[in-house]
Design a protein around this ligand. Structure first.
Ligand SMILES: NC(=O)c1ccc[n+]([C@@H]2O[C@H](COP(=O)([O-])OP(=O)(O)OC[C@H]3O[C@@H](n4cnc5c(N)ncnc54)[C@H](O)[C@@H]3O)[C@@H](O)[C@H]2O)c1
Ligand SMILES: [Zn+2]
Length: 358
């Protein structure tokens, strides 16, 4: 096991990266929290990982009360939060009690929101079990739920007390989910670290063979890159926007697919779109775009939105909640390893990129 740190003053926290749950109790013991814990997980993760996790906590003297919620985005709402509140009130949880999210981004986001709001904030711990959650959602403190069809519209910034990643939990994750999670991993390389991008390229096979040292290194780099961005801009007033690389077009495609496509699949296409746009603006070479396309294809991610309408994607981008003053702002690459925010108002240029994507 090794330990990273996210430095946010008094909200700083460690991220432990391990290949099993054996050090979980020790990690929690160091966090100076009460012994009473609620473990929230979903029905899939419960089948594979909650027993081991519970055992690791109880041997270290923690009292664990498990709540299993339905799997999937459909659970990410205030009804589930209410269930968690009811459960915690019945257990007479106090300010020093702890709520633990064991699962993917859905469990993490809901549980974090309940933690942020219950008794004005109780201890929150993330044990991410999807690649998306290990690489992205468990770090950074964004928590929340969907409401009236709008994703993540109710939420807060609430940092966990610690994050504990057991990379071997990925072994039970459906392959499609692993591939989708890889989109955010590739994104981290593109926005900040070309060596990491090359590392992913060289080690794609090892990732899919669950090579422990490769998976741990990837987690380390993901958490370091995302952690660095969050340290500089905890509440998304500037720099944090670079994490949205590939997401402007990606979100539009995700909505248009009626969420039948996974987030990472859409981000993959969005990243290709961002490269093509940057290419047309003279910012990157054709070779760089091709390199990114090759890496995404090797992973098994889609690189186009064949069958969709370019016009629909264009219109959908304006519904995105991050659009300011009706202007499209893209995160565009200057090279693999560096991106910038660019407002692009040339409608025809954007459309020509979308035409190439469909
Ligand atoms: N807070 C943030 O910063 C942030 C960032 C990105 C995404 N998100 C949110 O994350 C959510 C998506 O997260 P996700 O992709 O992890 O989806 P998810 O939590 O729905 O998990 C995907 C599927 O995998 C199953 N699963 C999870 N771990 C497993 C394992 N180890 N073995 C077998 N099955 C497993 C789940 O039950 C689910 O069916 C979205 O709601 C999105 O808004 C949040
Ligand atoms: Zn994303």
């Amino acid at each position: 096991m090794f330990k990273l740190n996210v430095s946010l003053g008094e909200r700083s926290y460690p991220i432990y990266v391990s290949t099993d749950f054996s050090d979980l109790g020790k990690a929690l013991s160091q966090a100076e929290i009460g012994k009473k814990t609620v473990l929230v997980t979903d029905e899939n993760v419960n089948l594979y990982h909650s027993d081991e996790c519970e055992k690791a906590l109880t041997v270290s003297g923690f009292e664990v009360h498990k709540l299993v919620i339905e799997a999937g985005e459909k659970s990410k709402n205030l009804d589930t939060v209410r269930r968690i509140y009811d459960f915690m009130i019945d257990l007479k949880l106090e300010r020093n009690s702890t709520i633990i999210a064991l699962g993917g981004g859905v469990v993490g986001d809901i549980t974090g929101f309940a933690a942020a709001t219950f008794l004005r904030g109780i201890n929150f711990i993330q044990i991410p079990t999807t690649l998306l959650a290990q690489a992205d959602s468990s770090v950074g403190g964004k928590v929340g739920v969907d409401f009236r069809g709008a994703k993540n519209i109710i939420g807060a910034f609430y940092q966990p007390k610690l994050v504990y990643v057991n990379v071997n939990t990925l072994k039970t994750l459906p392959l499609r989910e692993i591939k989708a999670g890889m989109a955010e991993v590739v994104k981290h390389g593109i926005i900040m670290d070309s060596e990491f991008f090359d590392y992913i390229d060289y080690n794609t096979n090892k990732i899919f063979n669950f090579d422990e040292s490769v998976l741990q290194y990837i987690t380390k780099m993901n958490c370091t890159i995302k952690g660095k961005v969050v340290e500089k801009d905890e509440k998304e007033s500037g720099l944090r926007a670079i994490l949205n690389f590939g997401h402007t077009i990606g979100h539009a495609i995700e909505s248009l697919s009626n969420f039948t496509m996974l987030h990472g699949e859409c981000v993959s296409i969005g990243m290709v779109g961002a490269f093509k746009l940057a290419e047309k603006l003279g910012m990157v070479s054709k070779e760089a775009t091709q390199k990114v396309v090759n890496v995404l294809c090797n992973i098994g991610l889609p690189v186009n939105a064949a069958g969709m309408s370019a016009n629909d994607i264009y219109e959908q981008m304006f519904y995105d909640k991050k659009i300011k003053n009706n202007k499209l702002v893209f995160v565009l690459p200057k090279r693999i390893g560096e991106v910038v925010l660019c407002e692009v108002s040339d409608r025809e240029l954007i459309k020509s990129v979308l035409d190439e994507l469909v």
